[in-house]
Design a protein around this ligand. Structure first.
Ligand SMILES: CC(C)(COP(=O)(O)OP(=O)(O)OC[C@H]1O[C@@H](n2cnc3c(N)ncnc32)[C@H](O)[C@@H]1OP(=O)(O)O)[C@@H](O)C(=O)NCCC(=O)NCCS
Length: 161
């Protein structure tokens, strides 16, 4: 995975069209907030065309930390070919295997809803301001575990965006 870092940064630079998300990726990595074993790439012909990462966020007033899926990006010329969906499915399976009962995401419900994400505030996980409630979602992967509730707080690289 280490060898993929330049290609991963380039994926996010071109998918999001500016430097904010590559800076976020660098910040998550250098600050130790990311989970390297939960970073997945999509490849075509041996080249990286997509990436999804995970990092830890906290729930205020508790000692619980929770995984956040972000960022997810696919190179523009490789979009709408299923790579994004494959990455999200690999991400959810990876989080389940990792042993975490849930994963958060901030994004378009029209996209993430198809993978089982629902509004997080309806399950008691409030979005970190100023994130809008409609965009802050959670996928529950293990219904048998009691979920943390409260105000979610992003790590510094997210807050600096
Ligand atoms: C979002 C993204 C990762 C999807 O990757 P992809 O490889 O094109 O996704 P897939 O081919 O698996 O799925 C494409 C489907 O998602 C839909 N879709 C893509 N981006 C979407 C978005 N932002 N909101 C809602 N739907 C979206 C497409 O309309 C398509 O739907 P269809 O299958 O019904 O036609 C990619 O478009 C991307 O990198 N976008 C720029 C970065 C970004 O916005 N990332 C998400 C941040 S939360």
């Amino acid at each position: 995975m280490h060898d993929d870092w330049p290609a991963i940064l380039e994926v996010h630079r071109r998918a999001f069209v500016d430097e904010d998300i590559p800076r976020l990726v660098e910040g998550l990595r250098s600050g130790g907030y990311d989970v390297p074993s939960l970073s997945f790439v999509a490849e075509v012909g041996g080249s990286v065309v997509g990436n999804v990462m995970h990092s830890w966020v906290t729930v205020e007033g508790t000692d619980r930390r929770v995984l956040q899926l972000s960022p997810l990006g696919v190179l523009p010329e490789h979009q709408r070919q299923g790579h994004g969906s494959n990455l999200v499915r690999a991400a959810l399976e990876g989080v389940r295997t990792f042993g975490e009962p849930l994963v958060l995401v901030e994004g378009n419900p029209a996209y993430y809803g198809r993978f089982g994400f629902v509004r997080a505030d309806e399950l008691g996980l409030r979005p970190p301001p100023p994130s809008p409630g409609w965009a802050f979602q959670v996928a529950v992967l293990d219904e048998s575990v009691s979920l943390p509730t409260g105000q979610v707080a992003y790590s510094p690289p997210f807050r600096d965006l």
